[in-house]
Write a protein that binds this ligand. Sequence first.
Ligand SMILES: C[S@@+](CC[C@H](N)C(=O)[O-])C[C@H]1O[C@@H](n2cnc3c(N)ncnc32)[C@H](O)[C@@H]1O
Length: 383
Amino acid sequence: MQTFLLLFGNTSQLSELEFQAQYPHLPLRRLAEQLFSFQSETDLSAEMMQALGGVVKIFVTRQELDNTVSDEAVIEAITALLLEHAEEPYFTISQIGKGQRSINNAAVKALIKENGRQARYFASELHDSALLSHQSKATEILLFNDQERGVVSINQLTAVQDIDDWTKRDREKPYADRKKGMLPPKVARMMVNSAAGIWKQAHPDQSPLLYDPFCGTGTVLAEAAVRGLAVCGSDIDEKAVFGARENLTWLASEYGLQLESSVFYMDAAHVEPAKFPRQVDVLVTEPFLGKQTPRDVELANVFRGLEKMYLGSFKAWSQILADGAIVAIVFPQVTTDRHVYTLDSLIDKLRAKGYNSLVNPILYAREGARVARNIYIFRFQRG
Ligand SMILES: C[S@@+](CC[C@H](N)C(=O)[O-])C[C@H]1O[C@@H](n2cnc3c(N)ncnc32)[C@H](O)[C@@H]1O
C-alpha cells in the first residue's frame, strides 16, 4: 500500500467532493489547508491529474521517519533518495506541518557534493504555481511533519496540473462571451466530475447523458466531452447555440475526440422533450445569475426574478430527467453591508418537486466579483 498526498486548488471543498465522487473507494485524510492524503495499491496519479479539475499536485510518500530523528538524518534520507534518481540531481524542497525543521536546499546540495556528485536546486513553496513545477522538471520534495502519527514523511512530486492545457481550453476556443460571464473550466470540470461520479456510483456499468440547459459558450459541455461523456446543451441565445457548437467542433479536432453531442435553441423553462436524444442522467449548469454588477436597490427584485426563473426551470426539467438523475447547479449569492441575498429559500420548494440536496452548498467567489457562486448538488426522484 502506498501513501499519496494531494494538493487541492483554492476551492478545496469542491475539489474534495470531486475526488470522493470519482474515487469513492479512496477515503481522504485531511493533513493541512488544501492538503490531503489517501492510500492506494497502485499509482493512479497520472490518471487522476488527467481526470480532475481540482488537484494541483500529487506526491507519493517515499519514506517515513520517526519525527524524533535529527535534521541530519532527514537530510541524509533526502540525499539518498535524490542520488537514487539522478546522476546530477536538480531538486527543490518545501515543508509543511507544524514544527518545521531547519532543512534547506543548500544543506542537501552540500551533502550531495560530499558524495562527489553535482547538484542544482531552486527555491519553492508547496503552494507555488503548478506552472513552475511543470516547467522546471526538478525533483520536487515535500517534507510533512505529521504530528498526529509522530512521523516526518518525505514525499516526491509525481504529477502536476498542466496549466497550459487548461488555459488553452479557456482562451483559445473560437467563441467567447466574457460579458455574460463564463464558468472557469476547472470549476466546470469539478462540477461535472462530482455529479457524474455520484451518478456512476448508482449506475456502475452505464454511461450518462449530461445536459447543460444554460450552456452559453459550452464550457460545461467541453469539460464533460473531454471526460468522454455524451453531452447535450441548449440556450435561449442563438449566438450562444452556434458558438457552443463551434467550440465543441474545435475541441474535438484539438483533442482528437469522437463527440456525441447536440446543442439546440431552447428556453430552459419551456422544455421540448423531442429535442433530446434520450433521458438526461446528469444535469450540470450555471444559469443566468442576474447582472454582473447589480445596484443594492435592485437586488431584492433581481433575486425575486431569479427565483421564479430557477423554479420554472427545475419544474420543466422533471420532463426530461431520468429517475435518480443528479443535478449540479450554481445559485447566485450577493453580499451587501446589510444583507446576504441567496436563493436558499428554493431548497424546500425543490424538495417538494423531487429534488433533494445532497451536500452543503459550496461557495466559489472570484476575487472582486460582486456575484458569488454557490454550488448545489441534488438528486432527482420521481414522486
Ligand atoms: C452565465 S451564462 C452561462 C455561461 C456558461 N456556463 C459558459 O461558461 O459559457 C448564462 C446563459 O444562460 C442563457 N439564458 C438566460 N436565460 C435563459 C433561459 N430562460 N433559457 C435558456 N438559456 C438562458 C444566456 O443566454 C447565457 O448564455
